[in-house]
Ligand binder design. Structure first.
Ligand code: ADP
Ligand code: ZN
Length: 603
């Protein structure tokens, strides 16, 4: 047994320092103290219980609801030289019995188990006779009905623990915890005076950007081509969009697959595996995709449509860069996305258990959350800062690593344009949407316009000199600033607000901020800083091992580790061991093959 946590950290995981929050959780568990760890995705929660598990006598049970994630975690542990297994319904009867027999014989140090299994007789018999020294509850928010992923079987964890002879030290881990959820976790899992660690929500390696392309599909193609061969996810708001976008990518020679609730179970599993095992580079999906996917080398997440709130956005975007290497989170915003979201909100009537009052309350809350999401897409302030404050964190005014922080804005006075637009809306009776108003202002004589006699309006054609996009942009900005509101879903019509009259009377002015200079990504990222030739050569070796062992590539070495190899350029075993992410086990298994490539390259 190894008595030093730093030695375990290096030997098994290949890291030489703990990240913020990890050490305190490890120390507390080792001292027999319950813990509650609240850390964002990718912060490194698993290490917090895996290290004490390796150091303690006896077995650690990890309770997790995510079957696919269990497999990856166990794969990764085994690669690192830790004996581990999982017990869940993906095993057939014979496999399950074999694994359980191995467990009874003390073969495993760490056992992942699905919460439903805790109830089963054979598992309980095993647990009551084994020496279980720790219980780690992953995704602990599933115990709470306040959260979005409530799992009734999580309520059995407490009674399961109380059936054991000796109560093991218990740790609970989650990425999402409001106050209600946190209290539920402590109460329903019966944690004993837990040491709490909450690290901030910030994900420093993620670059956030919002773009407003005229043509989303062309932009998307460009963005993906720029990221040639990198693994990424494209989120769309509907199944139909997923089909369309996935088709577009495939027709353009990009290796893409798809995921949404309309596919068969088999196809979903297959497509997901194709993505995780790098047989397909890009996953196009609805928000049904992502829960329990532990692919740490996702280099970009592009939202083709704006999600309905910041919570969803941060969770989905957060699937990028879990390995800590720089990754991009790009949102392609269009005004039409707001209408789609509004339509969904107005139609959340299908839950029959809710009273009319509750529905109304729910709708109001969703509208407010949508408003804040739109604000994210339209603000010129720091994007990271806006989200961190939304979650109650503190943040600097400028992060230097989001599209707004890298954009120079110029302030333009558009009072005259605003007067023209607002009076056009009023004179046409506040009855029309963006398209009609723009057409009238540009003096286009479509049939609809002549039929409604709008071509006789005094505002007809008074903005001939501006492009459609230019007028629309100012209308959007006027709406964002509260001079105009859109009424109705689908094809909303524009109305003016009280605020508009001082403008029309010439008693106030309107200014908008226009982007003058924009870089759509961070200047230089860790990954891009390394020599691509060596990096690709190392990747090729990694792919061979991954294929041979039937595990995803990042289980062999993460992108971060390959990048570090490029920087360190080790030629001896000792040097190889100093690379971040290389432990004794992986040195032994893979060292020679990777060293050969590096030596070759150096020559
Ligand atoms: P979470 O469960 O919190 O989402 P993981 O436990 O999956 O995060 O860890 C995310 C990534 O960070 C993994 O690739 C892991 O190896 C890496 N990691 C964890 N702890 C450290 C550390 N101390 N130093 C470097 N990398 C780490
Ligand atoms: Zn910023």
């Amino acid at each position: 047994m190894i008595a030093d946590k730093f030695e375990v950290l290096k030997r098994y995981f290949g890291y030489s320092a703990f990240r913020s929050g990890q050490e305190k959780l490890v120390d507390s568990l080792l001292a027999g103290q319950d813990v509650l760890g609240i850390m964002p995705t990718g912060a490194g929660k698993s290490l917090c219980y895996q290290i004490p598990a390796i150091m303690m006598d006896g077995i650690t049970l990890v309770i997790s609801p995510l079957i696919s994630l269990m497999k990856d975690q166990v794969n990764a542990l085994v690669q690192q030289g830790v004996s581990a297994a999982y017990l869940n319904r993906s095993l057939n009867e014979a496999q399950y019995r074999k694994a359980l027999a191995n467990a009874v014989n003390g073969k495993y140090k760490i056992i992942y188990v699905a919460p439903e299994r805790l109830e089963s007789g054979s598992f309980l018999r095993f647990a009551m006779n084994a020496e279980i020294s720790m219980i780690a509850v992953d995704e602990a928010h599933c115990v709470s009905q306040w959260g979005q992923d409530f799992r009734p079987s999580y309520l059995n964890i407490d009674s399961f623990i109380s059936k054991l002879d000796r109560r093991p030290v218990t740790g609970a881990f989650t990425a999402t915890a409001t106050k209600e959820v946190k209290n539920d976790i402590i109460r329903l899992l019966d944690l004993k005076a837990p040491v709490e660690v909450t690290t901030g929500f910030d994900r420093p390696n993620l670059f956030f950007s919002v773009l407003r392309p005229q043509n989303k599909s062309a932009k998307l193609l460009g963005l993906i081509r720029e990221r040639n061969g990198q693994s990424g996810i494209v989120y769309c708001s509907t199944r139909k969009k997923v089909e369309e976008v996935c088709g577009l990518l495939n027709n353009s020679g990009i290796s893409a697959t798809r995921y949404h609730a309309g596919l068969t179970d088999e196809e979903r599993v297959k497509n997901q595996d194709d993505f995780v095992y790098d047989r397909k580079t890009v996953m196009v999906a609805t928000n049904a995709f992502g829960m329990g996917i532990d692919k740490s080398d996702v280099r970009f997440v592009i939202h083709y449509n704006m999600p309905k709130n910041i919570e969803s956005y941060y969770q989905e975007a957060g699937r990028a860069g879990r390995d800590g290497v720089d990754a991009d989170c790009i949102l392609l915003y269009a005004k039409a996305d707001v209408n789609t979201c509004r339509y969904f909100i107005e139609n959340i009537d299908d839950n029959e258990e809710l009273s009319a009052e509750q529905k109304e309350f729910f709708r109001k809350r969703e509208e407010e959350r949508l408003r804040q999401m739109v604000f994210y897409c339209t603000t010129s302030a720091c994007l990271r800062g806006y989200m961190l404050k939304y979650f109650g964190d503190r943040a600097k005014d400028c992060c230097g690593k989001c599209s707004n922080c890298l954009t120079e804005f110029e302030t333009v006075d558009v009072t005259v344009e605003a007067q023209k637009i607002l009076s056009c809306i009023i004179r046409t009776g506040q009855n029309y949407g963006v398209k009609m108003i723009t057409d009238v202002l540009r003096g286009s004589s479509s049939e609809r316009i002549t039929r409604a006699r709008l071509d006789r309006q005094s505002t007809f054609g008074i903005m001939k000199d501006l492009s459609v996009a230019g007028i629309k942009y100012i209308i959007e900005k006027l709406e964002e600033q509260g001079y105009i509101i859109s009424v109705g879903a689908g094809m909303p019509i524009l109305r003016v607000t009280e605020m508009s009259y001082p403008i029309l009377r010439g008693n106030a002015s309107v200014k908008i901020r226009k982007a003058r200079h924009l870089r759509s990504r961070a200047p230089k990222t860790e990954l891009r800083a390394v020599d691509p030739e060596l990096f690709d050569a190392l990747k090729a070796v990694r792919t061979q091992f991954a294929k041979k062992k039937g595990v995803p590539a990042f289980v062999i070495f993460s992108d971060a580790t390959l990048a570090d190899m490029c920087l360190v350029m080790p030629t001896t075993e000792k040097e190889f061991l100093s690379v971040s992410g290389v432990g004794a086990n992986k040195l032994e298994k893979y060292g020679e093959a990777f060293l050969r490539v590096i030596r070759e390259y150096k020559k």
